[in-house]
Ligand binder design. Sequence first.
Ligand SMILES: Cc1ncc(COP(=O)(O)O)c(C=O)c1O
Length: 416
Amino acid sequence: MAIEILKPATLNVEAIRLDFPILARKVNDQPLVYLDNAATSQKPDSVIQSMDFYYRNYNANVHRGIHRLSEEATLGYERSRARIANFIGARSNKEVIFTRNTTEGLNLLAYTWGESNIRQGEEILLTEMEHHSNLVPWQRLAKRKGARVRYIPVDDQGCLRMDLLDELLGPQTRLVSVTHMSNVLGTINPVAEIATRAHAVGAVVIVDAAQSVPHFPVNVRELGADFLAFSSHKMCGPTGIGALWGRRDLLEAMEPFMGGGDMIREVTYEGATWNDLPWKFEAGTPGIAEGIGFGAAVDYLSGIGMEKVHAYEQYLVSYAIEMLRSVPGVVIYGPEAALRGGVVAFNVDAIHPHDLASMLDREGIAIRAGHHCAMPLAGRLNVAATARASFYFYNTTEEIDRLVAGLYTAKKVFKF
Ligand SMILES: Cc1ncc(COP(=O)(O)O)c(C=O)c1O
């Protein structure tokens, strides 16, 4: 069947693929088709080399030594922070705190801002499509504080019920924390509008940007939120490092998260005072090579251009949805392509998604199967699990064709 979706003449994907050494490998004697980018992305040579170069040439601890290597390491690490701040439109590097990942950023907020600001009887508003990272920390905080967690419902298309937002918001709402893009439905949420309406009732707004910052332009000043968390490993960078952006006045007023080296100004036997932002929130030796690699990833993405990444991924996801729709027995979850990023969750007949993923793996195709760390959403969709293909700018329509061919093979094997 001929699918007519115009390819944006924006990216030279063939050339881009050469930057990613792993894309040349085979799995089960087939060229790898990597469609699990929402879980983690692959890494370009420039990122791998930046970390290798650090270990070979200027490995030392940061913010401590007066010697040359430590100065170079500090410079490399702090330069990365500046690149990341610039990438998301932060007003200052001081607003960007290095964390381990999105999960740690959100937990940091629950334990610092949340502990000091959420009181008994107040409400925390989330959405029905949150990843566990943006659910569990708030449920635990609410339990500690005697607060209540409420949810913006998801409609049958997989979009937020924005018509119910004003009913859910009120003077009791202290915090609204929402995902920018669902890792299951692919839905891109109207975060700027949510922030405006939440601020009107005096609530603080947090954005889980794990799936947005890697895939489309995000400018924290335009978004109007108060905090935003994301992970390096989903945006071409290494694992073990992420960033939490926060409004400076809020960060200044917050208590530190963990205590230890680097986060202090002065320590006596009686107590301690805190370092300036952002180091007040960065106790202990950080992931230095990881920070440097994160900066290289941001450089790489900036070199491509996030507008182009987004346009190309929308093309891929439109193509994928059309192709998957043409397969009998496929059920797709989430809204039309125009409202989502490069993620498609689906089921095929009654084939268990785990069986489907194993079958596809035999053909060298990597997808994810399960609840995708969003168990309540799976319940809302009335499924135990789904298969999920998630794209990045180095994927191709030919790879989507191989996915679809793999689905036909699976249907044959499972007799559907
Ligand atoms: C929407 C969303 N939020 C949070 C996370 C957690 O990210 P990390 O595991 O890097 O902390 C993920 C990861 O899949 C995600 O997709």
